[in-house]
Write a protein that binds this ligand. Sequence first.
Ligand SMILES: [Zn+2]
Length: 221
Amino acid sequence: MNGNDNDPTYRYKIPDFVVQVAGQGNGIFTMFRNIDDISKNMNHPKEVLLKYFASVTGSNYNPLKDSITGTHKPDELKKIILQYIKYIVMCPSCNIPETIPKVVGNKKNPDLQLTCCACKNESLVKPQNKQITKGIDIIIKYLNGGGEWVINKGWMVLLTQNERAERKKERMAKSKASTETKSEATTPTSEPYQSNPFDDGNTNDNNSSDSSDSDFNIDDI
Ligand SMILES: [Zn+2]
């Protein structure tokens, strides 16, 4: 990663997988030691992630041990999760991995829709391949079963425009309080709303229409 602000993925990194293989023979299994971290980072429940790993690798998931059966190396797991991120986490419009999934469509044939916290784009997750189809099914089942979707990150962009303006105002008021007694400065509410959640002034770069798959460096997440 070059840390360049023009790269919308620079801020998002998932930790490397820390796993521990235990058991013997047919009873061998792989425990995910830092799945809580990874889950938090992605804002996807660990139950969903572990079920996905189990499904994709043809293993069984054990929620009590945060494990799946068989031996799985961190590199293999990372490859699997990067594809998941690419198709089920990233907003296809602005390439920011801050989306919230929702089940839409009819009950018999539901779709999974992602709503982007940054640009508000709504998109259906396309069943690109067998793995992604499995991911879609797992998330739909999770949500339909009343599963909670906790958002740990991206709270900034979940605020409404007014809330953001209010917070900015508060911050500015605080910082000015020390040097001025009264400020006539333009209120922050008049500033244009930026869909970029990080206020780095590069809003437009993230929305460029040529952010195609080829631009997406999957190793850089
Ligand atoms: Zn977006």
